[in-house]
Design a protein around this ligand. Structure first.
Ligand SMILES: [Zn+2]
Length: 94
């Protein structure tokens, strides 16, 4: 069988099975090793208000949000993009 990618688009290896996580974009279920995981710091305060408070020297606690996306949603959101054949099939480093 022809392979499109060296790792078949996943990081599973010979593990056999990986647990599923739910995509935060569309709600579909994706294997955890295939899902695109994004960590962002989110502020609970409105950006304009935050700027004013920062000027006055107020410390604002920011929370970290971790989100899982399926490949389809990651491409749609611009987190991943299509790559050329040569770029997909990278040579092994050794
Ligand atoms: Zn999705």
């Amino acid at each position: 069988m022809t392979k499109k990618r060296r790792n078949r688009g996943r990081a599973k290896g010979a593990k056999g099975h990986a647990e599923l996580v739910q995509c935060d974009g569309c709600g579909g279920w994706v294997p955890r090793d295939k899902a695109i995981r994004v960590t962002r710091t989110v502020s609970p305060v409105d950006p304009q208000l935050e700027r004013e408070l920062a000027k006055k020297g107020t410390a604002i606690l920011k929370t970290t949000v971790v989100k899982n996306y399926c490949v389809k949603c990651a491409v749609y959101m611009g987190l991943r993009s299509q790559r050329a054949r040569e770029e997909r099939k990278q040579k092994e480093f050794y």
